[in-house]
Design a protein around this ligand. Sequence first.
Ligand SMILES: Cc1cc2nc3c(=O)[nH]c(=O)nc-3n(C[C@H](O)[C@H](O)[C@H](O)COP(=O)(O)OP(=O)(O)OC[C@H]3O[C@@H](n4cnc5c(N)ncnc54)[C@H](O)[C@@H]3O)c2cc1C
Length: 479
Amino acid sequence: MRSPADFVGVSGADPHVHARVGCDSNAVTHEADVVVVGAGLSGLIAARTLLAAGLRPLVLEADNRVGGRILTEEVLPGLPVEIGAQWIGDTHHRMFALADELGVPTFPQYEDGETSYELVGSGVLRENDFHTRFADELAELDRVLRVLDELAAEVPPEAPWRAPRAAEWDAITAGAWYDGQGLSPVARTLLEICTVGILAVPTVEVSFLHLLFTIQTCGVTAELFAESEGGAQTTRFVGGTGEIPRRLAALLTAHLVLDAPVQLIEHGPGGVTVHCRGGVAARARRVIVAISPTLAGRIMYDPPLPGRRDQLTQRLPNAAAMKAFFVYDEPFWRAEGLNGQLISDVGPARMSNDTCLPDDGRGVLLLFLEGEQARVYGALPEVERRAALTAELVRHFGSRAARPEAYVDGEWSERPWTRGCYNANCGPLVWTSYGSALAEPIGVIHWASTDTATRWSAYMEGAVEAGERAARAVIAELS
Ligand SMILES: Cc1cc2nc3c(=O)[nH]c(=O)nc-3n(C[C@H](O)[C@H](O)[C@H](O)COP(=O)(O)OP(=O)(O)OC[C@H]3O[C@@H](n4cnc5c(N)ncnc54)[C@H](O)[C@@H]3O)c2cc1C
């Protein structure tokens, strides 16, 4: 074990040493086979898999709660809303199995009625009118989505940099590729809104290869963008998604430490010592770091990690999204034949959803702020953000929308242990230059988190896949 003095400029030749000033290096307080950093879904699944294999995991969680990007809060008594992850889709097989195993029932997303559109100066139009008026533009959009599906099929999700045209696709942004398709303003705008709704950054910030990777990890664009029949948002959990990490954590109580932000990982062939702010230090044979890459890059490693890994984590910023919920005495829009969804380029929200609970008379509308909208409106005082969102709801759903009983929203870049969502964004040339450093273990250090998944990366499904993958690799090494 090193003393704190070892980290304060003793080895002046190593610039990393100076970076360690102020970092706790504690006496060992815990012993385990495997330390898991982060009690998000990925870390909890990794720990559970290790435990089932007869190993002793220890999960170190920085926050005072489990769940990470999954966060359910009661906005009114008996009315939980999901500030973080909310839905699963028909092909999220791991999540369906997990919910079943943990005894969390599911229910379908409400979708009866028309969507309300407001695009490129058309004013507010109901779905049927919009589809009639812009049938040609929607056909254009469909054509481009089919091309995207064909191109995405060429991208191997476990190694996107090996796609035959990886160099070409990684050198341009998704936005540049979209701009080159000769689309009408309506089709181009819809494509932007759909994509930002998934990636939570403007398409000019996203590598085209990353967009294709994202489509490929989810199946096809229809699964990614659609809300029904195979989309990513068909199904919800009774009690909210927070039930999943809560029940997982209950199975792991003896193996979980909260309020333990990992600051320093000493590692070598003999194992790791993981130091937290506040005094906890755990020695183990392996560590699984189950946090987003950009946060993993803020932990100090001794010895320092290879340059490629650090260059990668310097280039994977978390995107920006937030959700805002309005609660009403009843879902009044349903009586008007509306499904609570809006699609708008006027904003501030680009999309909304009906997120009422079945067997609960109250009405809940959810508005999404993503990419630039999250950055701009997330920086405003809540009262201003709420006023702008209310005005938008009134345009689409009428004056009753101005009289909610409750309001709550959730900003994620302010949360120190998340720093943005939904996941890590990949700009141009990141996959092809550094992609192989994303999930590849470094000695005794393994990487999880949804951002490292090859199926439904960015989603809860991906978090489970990544946690299982990292745990299986560790089990194989230790057995
Ligand atoms: C607003 C929002 C909406 C979403 N909607 C959906 C949806 O509808 N469907 C869906 O499938 N997915 C959705 N997602 C994505 C989903 O939440 C994530 O894919 C998933 O929860 C990620 O889990 P994870 O374990 O990989 O990472 P995280 O949840 O980020 O977990 C990482 C954990 O590590 C902790 N941590 C961070 N740094 C440290 C440190 N230094 N030391 C110790 N602990 C640390 C964090 O506190 C956190 O608990 C949404 C996310 C957000 C934020």
